[in-house]
Design a protein around this ligand. Sequence first.
Ligand code: ADP
Ligand code: MG
Length: 725
Amino acid sequence: MDLTADISTVKGVGPKTAELLKRVNLRTVGDLLYCLPRVYENYQTTVNIEDLRPGKVIIRGKISDLRLVRTGRKRLTITQGVIRDETGAVRTVWFNQPYRAKQFDEKREYYFTGKYELKSGRYQLTSPSATLVQDVNNGTATNFQPIYSAKSAIKPQMFHKLIENLRPEFARIPDLLPFTPGKPLFVKPGARAEALYNSHFPENPDDAELGREYLAYEELFELILAAKLNKQENQRLQAESLKFNAKFTQTLVKNLPFALTGAQRRATWEILQDLEKNVPMNRLLQGDVGSGKTIVAALAAAQATANGHQTALLAPTAILATQHFEGLQRLFSDLRKEISAVNSSQGIKIAPKLGAKSDSPEKTGAGVDALSGSSPHDFRLPRIALLTGATKNKRMLKNAIKSGQIDLIIGTHALITDDTAFKSLAFCIIDEQHRFGVGQRQKLLLKSSDGLAPHLLAMTATPIPRSLQLTLFGDLDVSILNELPPGRQPITTKILAETEQRDELYPKMRELLAKNQQIYWICQVIEEKNASTATPVKRQLKKLQDLFPKYKVEMLHGKMKPEEKDAIMARFAAGKIQILVSTTVVEVGVNVPNANMIIIQDAENYGLAQLHQLRGRVGRGDQPAQCFLLTTGEGRPSKRLREMEKSTDGFHLAEVDLNIRGPGEIYGSQQHGELNLQVANLSDTTLMAQASHHAGEFAKNPAELKQYPELDMRIKKYQQLTTLN
Ligand code: ADP
Ligand code: MG
């Protein structure tokens, strides 16, 4: 079977279906084969309604008496219905899924899978999933059934049918993985065909698990091999060697407004050493929110400047870029004063600032903080500029960058795709990202005129568990800031049911506002949406404005224009807004030390990594901080929220997250577009270790990849993976 053949060659795929499939990125026979079932249902375990016992159950019957009820509190919707089979009837209930009331055909039979339990004195089937009996028994005899996900306009039954049409050809699915030393036993000839067959046509749960194991392995092998090849390719590139000058760095460190933590010293040292090499650095600086990554990056940028080369610092948002600009401008200008005061006695001359600034950086969106290079070369500190969408005198600034008058350019990721040209870009720092893809590196290569690749430093507050560091992120070197600067105030975290906010939360908010401190209130969505029940920013804004009339309450969200967002954020930072109702756009990196309370509404809707990131917005000053996780109070709080209450250690939370999650995403992937695992489970550590070993053996002779064209193609795709777009 040719897996690269066009999807229209599959029996049953006409031009119209082909079109629909391609629209959801299913273009080849292989794409379809790898469209794996979402879950399996064991319909053999279907029970009669009269025999129901509490717990997870499957029943088969017709549904009627569907009715939608709205409760007064928080517009909760409840859909009720009655399911009947020959033996009896049972009440069923869905919360906040109003579409359920219209979903069913009362004349047809469904399998209902859900939890049978006692609620308010009555037994009911809670939030069951439903599948048409006809779809389940479609063509196949077994009652252990794969359930496919609908994809856009394509119904699950369609996947059933098409895969069924391919069934006779499964034995001819070619192998993918190399049979080199180091592979585990189940990677044998025919393994892939067998695994795909087991996944699509299992007769029992063991079959399905065997299929999953191999396919998970395949996925991990590809990712890890791609990482290893990236590393090897990186090693072949050339970079500018940025020499370390002990006296220079010591002078800077000595004159900082604070003493570096041990972790900061170690990380700085690792980075400065990497910068000296003529192979490009590819390093990840990982440190919890507030661990002080910026100063480490600043010291590295200073080394590039001292060597006469440029640095770009890229942030995910204009707000963050502006904050970096202001912070670093202050830092370097203070350093300049300190050093010149100390050194004037020792005869080291530092030239005055270049050019008088007529406009403040807030007004122009750009500013040049200069420490002239005419004084002893080694003691030149970076001249900084900010380049964002809001920058007014862009052309002038871009000319200054091109002619080398700016040493450290701060902007958003657009900097590497737009037309900004550099004189000599030798170092690129990227904040709040995990990795650089090959594509991005390519673009950066184009930015440097002499064919040298810039050194890369990615910084992230999302901790990556160790097992992943060694495998999926194997192409990166990692420095860790596992120590917070001294004097940080604790953040207390509390899960609170919305029904209790009046008694518990509002008084605490008043108390804090009376002390002239500020509050973040986080909502998941901007406006009311049909399917979602999350409280929107706009509604909450109104509510808080009514509740706290004496204070300025404003909102911030992703649909606002960049300038609007920046203006609101600036006013919040300046203390002119007391309560900021916002979506997660405030999430990464934003620093307002006077904000000491954060309320996260509908907290159950967020991932652990994201909750931790959000909480990191507070506790950045010298006051104790509080975080409230608001829930509807319906059920018991999830393990995620309870872990948040117990711990503020990002690394611990990342490990927990890894254990809680099923197959699927890596930490915070939705926000970052991070790579998604389709099959493998992040807790598959044994598989990962095996795949890492096998890929390592294979990577010793990367030229052999040519003999495996399909694998080669897939690996290339993974090598391109990036979060930067
Ligand atoms: P993050 O790692 O979250 O990016 P930042 O670099 O923004 O953290 O640092 C957070 C705050 O801590 C900043 O105000 C910074 O000046 C301060 N800071 C950084 N390092 C130290 C230190 N060693 N001692 C005291 N304060 C520090
Ligand atoms: Mg930061």
